[in-house]
Each structure stands twice: as structure tokens, then as C-alpha cells.
Write a protein that binds this ligand. Structure first.
Ligand code: CU
Length: 165
């Protein structure tokens, strides 16, 4: 299925066929976790569906110094130990499939928050797509323990990753 050995892609949730309208990248359920105290970093999540193959190559937001694409690996989640993340250069978007950035997998790291994220707040974020260009979305801040933007969403699923690295 995957032609390139992109390890991170195995961790992305493919949430079934998308109903995206022709020619438009859809970004939905953009949310961020509220941050405790004066935490310097935060995490944001969203779901992307592109009707044509594309690639998310970068992000920016006035809420933080930088917004980076990060991935946590399977071992780290199972071990429940120290949170280690590595930065991704981008995320491939297969045509017509939803790609979800969710807790425990790929996420957007908000590095250097200008101010703490409080529940109920929102802030703009711009996603840069290789083909579709920039797209601005509004990110809603959910409470600190939130696992999902929507309470009706199903349980978190983790796909096994190829061993070795
Ligand atoms: Cu991160």
C-alpha cells in the first residue's frame, strides 16, 4: 500500500473514505489541549481529507513561536514512560482518505506558546499544503485531559508499527 518506507504513515489513523467535495482540502475538528500553568509548549490535533494526493508541509500560528509536526512512536506509548517525539518533515495525504492527527500519534506541537491555552479559547492556525496551498483553520482549546474534539468519537485506535529503526 505504501510505496515509500515512511514509518510515521503507519501510525496515522485512516478513518475510512472521505466525502470531501471535489478539489478542496477539508480540515475538520481542529482542537488543542489546554495547557497547565505556564507550560511553554502545547499540542494541537485535527483531521485532514484531500480529494487528491497532497502533502501537509508546514504550519504556523500566532499563538506560538512555531508549530511543528511531531510523531510519538508505539513503544513510547506502550511504555507510558518519557514522552519522546520526533519532528516530521511533512505528512502525506492519500486521495480521498481522512488523516487524523490524534493524541498518541501524529500531532502538531505548539512550541513557545505566547500565552497559556485555556479551555473555550480559540486561535487561528495556517496549514501549508504542497498543492492546495495555505489553509487557515480555527483551533478550539479543549480541557487538559481531553482525548478528542468530539465526545462521541470512538476509542483511540493504534496501528502496529514496523519494528526497527
Ligand atoms: Cu510533540
Amino acid at each position: 500500500m505504501l510505496k515509500k518506507p515512511v514509518v510515521f504513515a503507519a501510525c496515522l489513523l485512516i478513518a475510512g473514505a472521505a466525502a470531501a467535495q471535489q478539489g478542496a482540502v477539508e480540515v475538520t475538528d481542529a482542537w488543542a489541549r489546554a495547557t497547565p500553568g505556564k507550560a511553554e509548549n502545547g499540542a494541537a490535533y485535527l483531521t485532514i481529507a484531500s480529494p487528491t494526493p497532497d502533502r501537509l508541509t508546514g504550519l504556523s500560528t500566532p499563538a506560538a513561536t512555531a508549530a511543528e509536526l511531531h510523531m510519538m512512536t508505539m513503544e513510547e506509548i506502550v511504555a507510558g514512560g518519557v514522552m519522546r517525539m520526533r519532528q516530521l518533515a511533512g505528512i502525506d495525504l492519500p486521495a480521498g482518505q481522512k488523516v487524523a492527527l490524534k493524541p498518541g500519534g501524529a500531532h502538531i506541537m505548539l512550541v513557545g506558546l505566547k500565552q497559556p491555552l485555556r479551555p473555550g479559547q480559540s486561535f487561528p492556525m495556517t496549514l501549508y499544503f504542497e498543492k492546495a496551498g495555505p489553509r487557515e483553520v480555527t483551533v478550539i482549546v479543549e480541557k487538559a485531559g481531553a482525548m478528542d474534539r468530539d465526545s462521541h468519537a470512538g476509542p483511540q485506535m493504534l496501528m502496529p508499527m514496523p519494528a526497527g529503526r
